[in-house]
Design a protein around this ligand. Structure first.
Ligand SMILES: Cc1cc2nc3c(=O)[nH]c(=O)nc-3n(C[C@H](O)[C@H](O)[C@H](O)COP(=O)(O)OP(=O)(O)OC[C@H]3O[C@@H](n4cnc5c(N)ncnc54)[C@H](O)[C@@H]3O)c2cc1C
Length: 392
C-alpha cells in the first residue's frame, strides 16, 4: 500500500485566492474571536445593539458578516459562488434565518429556500441546497411532535402545514434534480425532523440521493440510529443520504438536561464524539451500496481519515456518493487542499439580512472561543501564511 498523505498545512493553497489585505483583515477578525473576553463582549454587544435598533449593521456587515456570510441576498452571493467555483469548490446557499414565528414568515422562508434550489439547478458550482426545519415550522409544534404529545385540531393543522412545506421543498429538489440537506437541530425537536427527513427520503430517494438528513455524532444514540436507518432504507428500497456532523448545540443541550433533570443525550467527552464520528464515516464508506454521505467537518483528523479510507478501498477521489463540506470562512485549509486533489468539496455560504444572521454568527463565534477551538487553529494557519508571505 502506498503511503497516503494530504497536506492540510499547505497554507499557500488554502489562502491562494486571498489578497494580502484580505489575509490581514482575516487575521484581525480571528484574533478578536480568539479572545474569549472580546468574543463574549463582542457577540453580546452586537446582539444587544441590534435589539436596541442601534446602527451597528454596517459595522457587522463589513467585519464578521463578510467573513462568514456570502451576502444578504442570493444575488449578493454571486462573487463568493464564483470565487469558490474557480477553485473547484461548490457553494451551498444557506438562507440563514432563525427565530421567526408566524405562518407567513414560514411560507416566505420556504419560498426563499425553493429559490436557492432553482438558482442551484444546472450550476455545477452549487452542488447542494440546504434548509433548517425551524425556519419553516413553529418550535412548539416540533417539540410536541417529538415527544409524541397529542395535538389538538390547531396543532394538527400546524403539523400538516409543516409537512406540506417540507414536502414542497423536497419535491422541488426532486423535480430539479438538485440534492438538498435537512440540517439537524436540538435533540428535543430532532425526532420530528428525523421523521420528516425519513418520509422525504423514502419518497424522493428511490433512484438516487436527493434528500439528505443530518446526524450529530455528539449524541450517544446516533451511531445506532445510522445503522438502523440504513437497514430500513435498504429493505424499503431507497438511498439513505446523510450529512455527518459532530453537533453545534452542546452547551444548550447540557444546560437543558441539567435544568430539567434528564440524562444528557451528548457524549460526556470529546474523545467519545470523535470516536463515533469516525466510526460513522467508516460505516458509511462500507455501505456505499445504499448510502450517499457528506462529511460536514473542520476536523483535520476525520477529514484525513476519510480520504485515507477512500484510498485504501481504491475509491475515486470524486466518488459520486462521497462529499466533504465546510463552512464559508472556515476550514479553508481543508476545502482548498481537498479540491486541489480532486475530491468533491463544498462550503455552506450562509446569507440573509444581517440582523437575522446573528444567531448563526454567534454560534460560530462561541463554539470556537476556547483555546482548543477552530478559531485558534485558523489563527495559526493565517499566521503561517502571513509569515510565508513575509507580511508578519
Ligand atoms: C458543512 C457543515 C454542516 C453542518 N451542519 C450542521 C447541522 O446540520 N447541525 C449541527 O448541529 N451542526 C452542524 N454543523 C456544525 C458542526 O456540528 C460542528 O459544530 C462544527 O463543525 C465543529 O465540529 P468539527 O467536526 O468541525 O470539529 P471539532 O472542532 O473537532 O469538534 C468540535 C465539536 O466536537 C464536539 N465536542 C466538543 N467538545 C466536546 C465534549 N467535551 N464532549 C462531547 N463532544 C464535544 C461538539 O460537537 C463540537 O462542536 C455543520 C458543520 C459543517 C462544516
Amino acid at each position: 500500500m502506498t503511503e497516503f498523505k494530504l497536506d492540510f498545512q499547505d497554507t499557500a493553497t488554502a489562502f491562494a485566492d486571498k489578497t494580502d489585505a484580505e489575509l490581514r483583515e482575516k487575521y484581525r477578525l480571528f484574533k478578536m474571536l480568539n479572545s474569549p473576553f472580546l468574543n463574549a463582549i463582542g457577540t453580546r454587544a452586537a446582539t444587544f445593539a441590534l435589539a436596541l435598533g442601534l446602527p451597528v449593521e454596517g459595522l457587522i456587515k463589513r467585519t464578521i458578516f463578510e467573513q462568514f456570510c456570502g451576502g444578504e441576498t442570493i444575488a449578493e452571493c454571486e462573487p463568493a459562488v464564483q470565487k469558490l467555483g474557480r477553485s473547484q469548490i461548490g457553494a451551498i446557499l444557506d438562507y440563514a434565518i432563525e427565530g421567526r414565528s408566524t405562518e407567513q414568515d414560514f411560507d416566505n422562508t420556504k419560498n426563499e429556500i425553493i429559490r436557492t434550489i432553482e438558482r442551484a439547478k444546472n450550476d455545477p458550482n452549487i452542488p447542494f441546497s440546504v434548509f433548517k426545519v425551524t425556519g419553516i415550522a413553529p418550535l412548539g409544534t416540533l417539540e410536541k411532535i417529538s415527544t409524541k404529545k397529542k395535538l389538538d385540531a390547531k396543532g394538527q393543522a400546524k403539523c400538516e402545514r409543516i409537512h406540506s412545506r417540507v414536502n414542497e421543498i423536497c419535491a422541488a429538489a426532486h423535480a430539479l434534480d438538485q440534492p438538498v440537506f435537512i440540517d439537524a437541530e436540538e435533540s428535543w425537536i430532532q425526532n420530528a425532523i428525523d421523521r420528516l427527513a425519513g418520509d422525504m427520503m423514502q419518497k424522493y430517494n428511490r433512484k438516487k440521493a436527493i434528500v439528505y438528513t443530518t446526524l450529530q455524532m455528539y449524541r450517544t444514540d446516533r451511531l445506532q440510529f445510522l445503522k438502523d436507518a440504513r437497514r430500513e432504507a435498504h429493505s424499503a428500497g431507497y438511498v439513505f443520504a446523510v450529512k455527518l456532523v459532530r453537533g453545534a448545540y452542546m452547551e444548550k443541550e447540557r444546560e437543558r438536561a441539567e435544568e430539567m433533570g434528564y440524562e444528557s443525550p451528548i457524549h460526556s467527552d470529546k474523545k467519545a464524539t470523535d470516536r463515533d464520528y469516525n466510526a460513522a464515516l467508516e460505516y458509511c464508506i462500507d455501505h456505499l451500496a445504499d448510502i450517499a454521505f457528506v462529511a460536514g467537518t473542520h476536523n483535520e483528523r476525520s477529514t484525513h481519515l476519510l480520504a485515507q479510507m477512500m484510498h485504501q478501498r481504491g475509491l475515486a477521489h470524486d466518488h459520486p456518493q462521497i462529499f466533504f463540506s465546510q463552512l464559508y470562512g472556515m476550514g479553508d485549509n481543508l476545502s482548498y487542499v481537498l479540491a486541489k486533489n480532486g475530491y468533491n468539496v463544498s462550503k455552506y455560504v450562509p446569507y440573509g439580512p444581517v440582523g437575522d444572521a446573528i444567531p448563526y454568527l454567534v454560534r460560530r463565534a462561541e463554539e470556537n472561543s476556547s483555546a482548543a477551538g477552530q478559531v485558534s487553529r485558523e489563527l495559526d494557519l493565517i499566521t503561517t501564511e502571513l509569515e510565508r508571505r513575509r507580511l508578519a
